[in-house]
Design a protein around this ligand. Structure first.
Ligand SMILES: Cc1cc2nc3c(=O)[nH]c(=O)nc-3n(C[C@H](O)[C@H](O)[C@H](O)COP(=O)(O)O)c2cc1C
Length: 186
């Protein structure tokens, strides 16, 4: 059983990223994982100010005092972190990118707080069109540099052509959720 933390980078509660997360959770919970979803749009998380001055206090690794402290606490408990995002300009949403940047403060406290630790990462992306490749490349690189196991990706493409009132179950996200444990054992 793994503790899975899903960082939801979408600002729309009933749209495509949220539906992918629901599918992922169904898959993960079917095989007994515990999943915590954090809707970043409900939190007050500022952008990184680039001071490189963090890491003095384990409870508050960043110099800024905002809801990022919730993320640090949840991240410490998680075996798997899922980055869930709408594709914005071929990349992460700003909501999620701000959180990713702010993770650096953990490494400023102690590299091992961020790097390795046997963690795994996965990516969920909802895209209006059909080109998430640059995001995939970034995610793969990030997993490598963080020394987290790359547990895979799931995408829902062409959402701009879909009806938001009838979003289908995302089979790829469900399968990813259900396979996290298996991939962890590899
Ligand atoms: C600011 C902005 C930028 C976007 N950039 C892209 C993009 O680069 N590629 C793409 O395929 N879709 C793009 N889209 C469409 C979104 O990826 C799509 O609407 C997605 O379903 C949004 O996720 P949500 O339904 O969870 O809000 C963009 C949408 C917005 C609002």
């Amino acid at each position: 059983m793994s503790n899975i933390l899903v960082l939801n980078g979408s600002a729309r509660p009933n749209a495509f990223t949220a539906e992918m997360i629901r599918s992922f959770c169904r898959g993960a919970e079917t095989v007994g994982h515990r999943v915590t979803v954090i809707d970043l749009c409900k939190l007050d998380i500022h952008c990184c100010i680039g001071c490189l001055n963090g890491g003095r206090d384990r409870e508050h690794p960043c110099v800024q005092r905002d809801d990022m402290d919730t993320i640090y606490a949840e991240l410490r408990k998680a075996d798997v972190i899922v980055f869930a995002t709408p594709l914005f300009f071929w990349s992460y949403s700003g909501l999620l990118k701000n959180v990713i940047d702010r993770l650096w403060a953990l490494a400023e406290y102690d590299r091992s707080e961020l790097i390795g630790k046997g963690r795994g990462g996965a990516l969920l992306v909802a895209a209006g069109g059909s080109h998430p490749e640059l995001l995939y490349e970034h995610f793969d690189h990030m997993m490598k540099r963080l020394a987290w196991r790359n547990l895979g990706k799931a995408a829902m493409l062409h959402t701009d052509d879909m009806d938001m009132r009838a979003i289908p179950e995302c089979e790829a996200a469900y399968m990813l959720g259900a396979s996290v444990g298996k991939r962890e054992e590899q």
